[in-house]
Design a protein around this ligand. Structure first.
Ligand SMILES: NC(=O)c1ccc[n+]([C@@H]2O[C@H](COP(=O)([O-])OP(=O)(O)OC[C@H]3O[C@@H](n4cnc5c(N)ncnc54)[C@H](O)[C@@H]3O)[C@@H](O)[C@H]2O)c1
Length: 387
């Protein structure tokens, strides 16, 4: 029985959905497994993944078995697999750094983080815990704006010699210096900022691509998002949002026929509505011109449970990294990063990223040893491949 051992930073809603998924699919067969992009990747099914070590900073999670911690407040995502046996892995105290934003103190404990008073670990202690656990891949699920904390844990992954999946919009895979360091250590890296299964970003991209292919000039667009989980509460602090906004906006700009003037595109988290809990609402408007310069517009409302939507993608990212580890392939995994993330080092249209990812699974993807990084070459304007 081959297993994939992972480490998780941040046992919030996304980690909850992911862990529930490992158990939910245990007694399923490929024909009745709903909600997966791939049932098996390299022979690994979702139930072959286990959490070997986990870190958090909330007193209702630290010290608890991960099977219990994922159902502790303030987590509020849908529970689709309530009966998870104890795993024997207890959540360890993490390094706080900038993971906890000051404004979070002003809210009811059931909605916000409460700091644990356990002593924080040193870098050496985190590295030792990672190594001792046998984890092969570290998943970053820290709150948006955790620049220092993400860099701290990325350093720990490098030192412990394990791969890294960066689910959040702090730029690691799309930062050439970090990408180089993972390449030098031959450790796989996927990032940045996970793109949900059918979420706001991929839907907005698909429609933008449709406008382009059908010859409609996109002139103006917005994407407004509301939600009631701690992710949305954390993002009320606008200072933490710069990279999130960049990541989400560039994901759309990358597939437009022509880049939109910044005044004509507005994409980002918009407000926190507590009663929505983990339900995210997305409102998209697109204004364009079709044949004869005649105006048209489109409005769309998308309602999705935020965290299972990302877990359905993370469950594949983990297995892609495992394939790379088995193949001895290190550095950024460009095809999966483009398919699974909003801010990869190389942007492709989703159709092409899909084809490349399927080729990666079959080990038929031909990639140059040092592929160009769009952020390195063209500043902050990634260009989607038009091939
Ligand atoms: N849901 C999606 O579709 C989606 C998509 C893209 C990106 N993301 C990102 O994934 C991340 C996780 O999302 P979530 O909904 O699980 O958030 P969450 O708020 O539910 O979870 C964050 C967890 O991190 C913990 N934490 C905070 N600082 C820490 C530290 N220094 N060390 C260890 N743990 C710490 C918190 O206690 C909490 O348990 C967010 O940055 C979110 O923006 C989510």
């Amino acid at each position: 029985m081959r297993k994939i051992k992972i480490a998780i930073i941040g046992m919030g809603n996304c980690a909850s959905s992911l862990l529930q998924g490992f158990y939910y699919y245990t007694d399923k067969k490929s024909e009745d497994a709903i909600g997966l992009m791939h049932w098996s990747i390299g022979g690994y099914k979702p139930s072959d993944i286990e959490v070997a070590v986990a870190f958090d900073i909330d007193k209702r999670k630290v010290g608890k078995d991960v099977a219990e911690a994922i159902f502790s407040e303030p987590n509020c995502t849908a529970i689709f697999c309530p009966d998870i046996p104890k795993t024997g892995t207890n959540v360890q105290m993490g390094k706080i750094l900038d993971g906890f934003s000051g404004h979070m103190k002003d809210y009811d404990p059931k909605h916000t983080f409460i700091l644990a008073d356990d002593p924080e670990p040193t870098q050496e202690e985190v590295v030792q815990a990672l190594q001792k656990s046998g984890a092969e891949i570290l998943l970053n699920y820290l709150p948006v704006g955790s620049e220092q904390a993400t860099q701290f844990y990325a350093e720990c992954a490098l030192e412990a010699g394990i791969a890294f999946i960066n689910n959040i919009p702090v730029f690691i895979a799309s930062n050439p210096a970090w990408a180089r360091r993972f390449k030098e250590k031959n450790l796989p890296l996927i990032g940045d900022d996970i793109k949900a299964q059918v979420g706001a970003t991929i839907t907005h991209r698909a429609l933008t691509d449709l406008f382009r292919k059908r010859g409609v000039k996109l002139e103006r667009t917005y994407q407004l998002n509301t939600g009631g989980n701690t992710d949305f509460l954390n993002m009320l602090n606008r200072h933490r949002l710069a990279s999130k906004k960049e990541s989400k906006t560039e994901a759309i700009q990358a597939v437009t026929a022509e880049r939109l003037d910044p005044d004509n595109i507005h994409v980002g988290p918009s407000d926190y509505v507590p009663w929505q809990k983990d339900n995210k609402l997305c409102f998209i408007r697109m204004e364009g011109k079709l044949f004869g310069d005649v105006p048209m517009n489109l409005e769309l409302r998308l309602s999705v449970e935020d965290s299972p939507n990302s877990a359905g993608v993370a469950v594949d990212a983990i297995r892609f990294v495992k394939l790379a580890l088995e193949r001895g392939q290190g550095g950024v995994l460009h095809a999966p990063s483009a398919y699974l993330c909003k801010h990869p080092p190389r942007q492709y249209t989703d159709d092409e990223a899909y084809r490349m990812t399927e080729a990666f699974i079959e080990n038929k993807l031909v990639d140059s040893p040092e592929p160009p990084n769009v952020y390195q070459e063209e500043g902050k304007s990634p260009v989607a491949s038009r091939r």
